[in-house]
Design a protein around this ligand. Structure first.
Ligand code: COA
Length: 257
């Protein structure tokens, strides 16, 4: 059985980390399974959104501590590189990704959630970067992606104290978009995915990309990127359909062309 299950519900793909007996700790095998699932989704033109969650009581309780025990410095660097490769692939997926954080999102689990476009959290979720408790540091993007989400001072507090925060605090600092009752979490994330799936896929992909790339560059470059992309979407059939449908007072039928 795979360490990361993938299922399709309509146009939304649901990925589930499935190593519940270790609280979905991210060992090499789990990272490689996740990479495979992401590659499959990248090739699947019918998938319009992805929801990522964890089986059992955790989203993911971090990188696998047992596996890290005997690592040499070069092996640790390679492990970090593997995590970055996989999370980077998730981050640049053409379709939007939503983390549905059902429980612990610690260390690599928090970093994984931060590689998704946004996060919905269960009331039971806990977020943290506890690596310093082990004498190590975040290795899968926690020193950068977390800071971009919550600001550098808040990220420093999380990384440098190692203290976890509950879902409500994660909401307050902007790490998560919504906190939901546990039994509503997945349905709400899937429903957001379905909403995305009802839009023009080219507009969604281009908007995601411009927002992603725009974060890393000078504001003037970000504005120029947006202007070019705005022109680009006007070359699509979907924009003719979307605008015509509005003016004709009917629902649009987007074809992704
Ligand atoms: N790596 C490997 N195994 C892990 C793990 C991790 N990051 N997190 C949890 N597990 C394993 C535990 O070793 C335990 O395995 P066992 O049943 O074979 O003993 C199992 O998952 C359940 O965890 P347990 O600690 O018994 O659950 P708990 O409810 O008492 O505590 C946590 C939950 C999340 C608070 C605790 O597991 C924890 O602190 N995990 C490590 C978090 C961390 O430091 N992550 C960053 C790593 S860089």
């Amino acid at each position: 059985m795979s360490l990361v299950r993938s299922e399709r519900r309509g146009a939304v793909a649901l990925l589930t980390l499935d190593r519940a007996d270790a609280l979905n700790a991210l060992d090499r095998a789990t990272l490689l399974a996740l990479e495979e699932r992401i590659a499959e989704l990248a090739r699947d033109e019918w998938v319009r959104a992805v929801v990522l969650t964890g089986a059992g009581r955790a989203f993911a309780a971090g990188a696998d501590i047992a596996q890290m025990r005997g690592m040499t410095p070069p092996e640790a660097e390679a492990f970090s590189r593997l995590g970055h490769r996989v999370f980077g692939a998730l981050e640049v997926l053409r379709v939007p990704t939503i983390a549905a954080v059902n429980g612990y999102a610690l260390g690599g689990g928090c970093e994984l959630a931060c590689s998704c476009d946004w996060i919905y959290a269960s009331e039971k979720a806990r977020f943290g970067q506890p690596e310093v408790n082990l004498g190590i540091i975040p290795g899968f993007g926690g020193t950068s992606r977390l800071a971009r989400r919550v600001g550098v001072a808040m990220a420093k507090e999380m990384v440098l104290t190692g203290a976890p925060i509950p879902a409500e605090e994660a909401l307050r600092i902007g790490l998560v978009n919504r906190v939901l009752p546990p039994d509503e979490l997945l349905a709400r994330a899937m429903s957001a995915g379905e909403t995305i799936a009802s839009k023009g896929p080219l507009a969604i992909a281009i908007a995601k990309r411009v927002m992603q790339e725009g974060q890393d560059v000078d504001p003037r470059v970000a504005h120029a990127l947006e202007q070019q992309a705005f022109g680009l979407v006007f070359a699509t059939e979907d924009r003719s359909e979307g605008i015509t449908a509005f003016l004709e007072k009917r629902d649009p039928v987007f074809k992704g062309r």
